[in-house]
Design a protein around this ligand. Structure first.
Ligand code: HEM
Length: 406
């Protein structure tokens, strides 16, 4: 009797890889699953197999936007989310985009990231304790960094619930994502005349190039800009949340990083490896028959790549569930690989490093206010995110408040 393949995704926890995923990585790195639409797909979870799919042009991300392709979720991903860089290229904005979200970007200088991070940490320390790290620090800081980078005003911007709602997957996600995304799209659309006039931030620079080329409608511009907004908001917020969680799981880590700031980049790299970020898989459609990990994937079939599985592959990362900031860095696949490898990774790492350095400078002690095992996670989100992270924090300043140094 043939057994029904397991349903994927397995879990929405960001602090622990699902047992089914660990099992897949260890014993069957390419296996059949059923997606949220009930469609069969190949889950690829071993490190070598993940890397080979992401690097192989016979697997297409763009084709997932074709409604005729097998789908992971009821929402067919729009072209601006699957062929993003080509959309920017056609609009004449690609070089500016790469400059604007790469490591050397100018719109969010390191000093400014540091100042926004310090202000956010201090305002968290001033709250009555215990306080929620999500609504008190993670989301407001990520929001401040996002709007400053893009050159958008905070007034009139969609709220956190709305921005997070754009990451919904699973049953009903097609209408939920549309409803959640609508205020954000409208807000960005309404900013276009001001961006044209005042040329603020990255979007101000991008729109100047698009207008020169004159080939892109305002609707298309707003879609691309909104995609950038949620790219800079979602994963960076999860990175910060998992960083705070890592600090609370590992007593002594905060002190070590304060005394040894040179260890901060390694700690960020390890949080990016250890944390489970994806609520789903990175989807690809096979353009032709391809063998991966000994399995024959047929032309037109859906493949779901789990970079979380790859980052927990014991063949590459011994004792993968252990958070160890002294591991060799640079091997994880958090930013993907191949032609779609995240072009914002330099900026994302810079924000995470400066954020963690500031946390270590400003916070003497960070303790969870609930057992960490009981943290609730948003269900059905493409990016994992704690609903709340209640904590006690004591500052390095006099009386446990904010530090006095500027
Ligand atoms: C920790 C933070 C981040 C993580 C973990 C992350 C992760 C990823 C991953 C895995 C991909 C590839 C998706 C695939 O292959 O299907 C990707 C693509 C992308 N990311 Fe990021 N990202 C982060 C931050 C950012 C930021 C800050 C920006 C821009 C402001 C950004 C912009 C993009 C864009 C435009 C793409 C599409 C690239 C393409 O389709 O070729 N990301 N990101």
């Amino acid at each position: 009797m043939s057994q029904q393949p397991a349903h994927y995704p397995f879990s929405f926890r960001g602090d622990r890889i699902a047992p089914e995923l660990a099992e897949t990585v260890a014993h069957c790195p390419v296996r059949k699953v059923l997606t949220n639409t009930g469609t069969p797909a190949w889950l690829v979870a071993g490190y070598e197999e993940v890397r080979s799919v992401l690097r192989d042009r016979r697997f297409s991300l763009g084709m997932t936007s074709d409604p005729a392709s097998p789908q992971q979720d009821p929402l067919v991903p729009p072209e601006f989310a699957t062929d993003t860089l080509n959309c920017f290229r056609r609009a004449g904005m690609l070089a500016t985009l790469h400059r604007g979200i790469g490591a050397g970007q100018q719109h969010l200088p390191e000093k400014r990231i540091e100042q926004l991070s310090r202000d956010a940490v201090r305002s968290f320390l001033a709250r009555e304790q215990p306080a929620d790290l999500m609504t008190g620090l993670v989301l407001p800081l990520t929001r401040a960094l996002t709007f400053e980078l893009l050159g958008l005003p905070a007034e009139g911007a969609p709220d956190d619930a709305s921005l997070l709602g754009t990451f919904r997957i699973g049953a009903g996600s097609d209408t939920a994502v549309f409803e959640a995304g609508e205020p954000g799209f409208r807000y960005v659309y309404e900013q276009l005349p001001r961006l044209r006039e005042e040329r603020t931030g990255l979007l101000g620079e991008l729109i100047a190039h698009a207008d020169e080329k004159g080939a892109t409608s305002d609707e298309q511009l707003a879609e691309l800009f909104f995609f950038l907004l949620i790219s800079q908001y979602g994963n960076p917020a999860t990175t910060l949340a998992l960083t705070a969680l890592a600090l609370m799981r590992c007593p002594g880590l905060l002190r070590r990083l304060r005394e040894e700031p040179g260890a901060v980049p390694g700690a960020v790299d390890e949080v990016l490896r250890w944390g489970v970020f994806l609520g789903d898989g990175l989807p690809r459609i096979a353009r032709e028959d391809v063998t991966v990990g000994g399995v024959r994937v047929r032309r037109g079939e859906l493949v779901l790549v789990s970079t979380d599985g790859a980052n927990h592959d014991p063949r590459v990362f011994p004792e993968p569930d252990r958070l160890d900031i002294d591991r060799p860095t640079g091997a994880h696949l958090r930013f993907g690989d191949g032609r779609h490898r995240c072009p914002g990774r330099g900026l994302a790492v810079l924000q995470a490093v400066v954020g963690l350095r500031t946390l270590a400078e400003e916070i003497e002690e960070l303790r969870p206010a609930i057992p960490l095992d009981t943290v609730a996670w948003h269900p059905d989100h493409a990016i994992t995110m704690p609903r709340a992270l209640p904590a006690y924090a004591r500052g390095t300043g006099p009386g446990g408040g904010a530090a006095t140094r500027a």
